[in-house]
Design a protein around this ligand. Structure first.
Ligand code: TA6
Length: 308
């Protein structure tokens, strides 16, 4: 089980920017731009010993988002990718950018497969198999995070995938709508997981945090790429674009989740600083439809580009 001592730091010599990635979960913990600001939030009480997913950074969600779809599957919420030990493949540091590549093969997944689902360990020799790759490429003011899934089995499988990105909000300003907001999701269909009700179309009002916020924004027809501006305090913004493809590159629509646990939920999470709901906003691009299937031998990717 990889502990905090195995966290990899990569520096882009030409710009001074740097990242930190924990092999546990392939979790990007930090992206410091050339200006030295860290743009990712990690809870002050996050567990980094590999005993549970990291509360912060960019947890990798695969093959399911949220709880299992079936009543019988025991796969834990958000799947096994963020609960597994990823293996470092290659690091690089060039004039243009630096980066690191991690890999994860299903056969090496010990935690989080659950039972009563196509990924359960007892079916290791079954028709379902996959290998994942995480590439983190960064430079002075941009970080690109790409999760790639390859169907290495003989049967097609449905999947969901999401980059559960925790943005650091400076100045304890997450509840200040002038400083912390998400712009660019107007026209998306909103499923509100807090105020359960009928889905509705998002208007052009910037999304702010004034209570527990847990919403899935599904794109309108024909809109495959997410492009948002995120207010992160100190009058600073981060631009994030996200795209996805599968089975020889056909574009896959990307949804976006906006989450802040707010006071009560924050107090209920041992690995989340009680007051730290003031310091973060999650903006999470993902392949969340129930109908994305990866054919045998084919690949899918989910990519987000953060520009600061
Ligand atoms: O992305 C939002 C969400 O699905 C919320 O419902 C909340 O559960 C959050 O993820 C954190 O989930 P976790 O399993 O990491 O505690």
């Amino acid at each position: 089980m990889p502990d905090a001592d195995t966290i990899r730091t990569v520096t882009h010599t030409a710009s001074g920017a740097s990242i930190q990635v924990h092999p546990y979960g392939g979790t990007v913990l930090s992206y410091k731009s050339s200006a030295g600001r860290d743009h990712l939030f990690v809870s002050e009480t996050a567990i980094l010993d590999g005993s549970k997913p990291v509360r912060g950074g960019i947890p990798l969600v695969f093959p399911i988002f949220g709880p299992p779809g079936s009543a019988t599957s025991t796969m834990p919420q958000h799947g096994f990718a963020r609960r597994s030990t990823w293996v470092v493949g290659r690091e690089y540091d060039t004039a243009e950018s630096a980066g690191i590549i991690f890999g994860l093969n299903l056969k090496d997944v010990e935690q989080g497969r659950g039972e009563q689902n196509i990924w359960e360990k007892e079916k290791t020799a079954g028709p379902y198999d996959c290998s994942l790759e995480l590439t983190v490429d960064f430079s002075a003011t941009t970080m690109t995070t790409t999760m790639t899934v390859k169907n290495t089995g003989v049967a097609a499988f449905p999947f969901q995938a999401l980059l559960h990105t925790y943005y650091k909000v400076n100045g304890n300003a997450a509840l200040n709508k002038d400083q912390c907001f998400v712009k660019g999701l107007e026209g998306y269909t909103v499923t509100d997981k807090v105020i359960e009700g009928a889905p509705y179309a998002a208007d052009s009002e910037p999304i702010g945090i004034s209570s527990e916020t847990d919403r899935v924004y599904a794109p309108p027809a024909g809109k495959d790429v997410v492009a948002v501006t995120i207010g992160v305090g100190d009058n600073e913004t981060v631009s994030m674009t996200a795209s996805a493809g599968a089975n020889d590159g056909a574009a896959v629509p990307v949804s976006c989740v906006v989450w802040n646990p707010y006071k009560i939920k924050a107090a209920g999470m041992a690995d989340f600083g009680t007051e730290q709901y003031h310091d973060m906003i999650c903006v999470e691009p993902g392949i969340l439809g129930d109908d994305t299937v990866l054919e045998p031998g084919k690949e899918a990717f989910l990519k987000q580009v953060m520009s600061v």
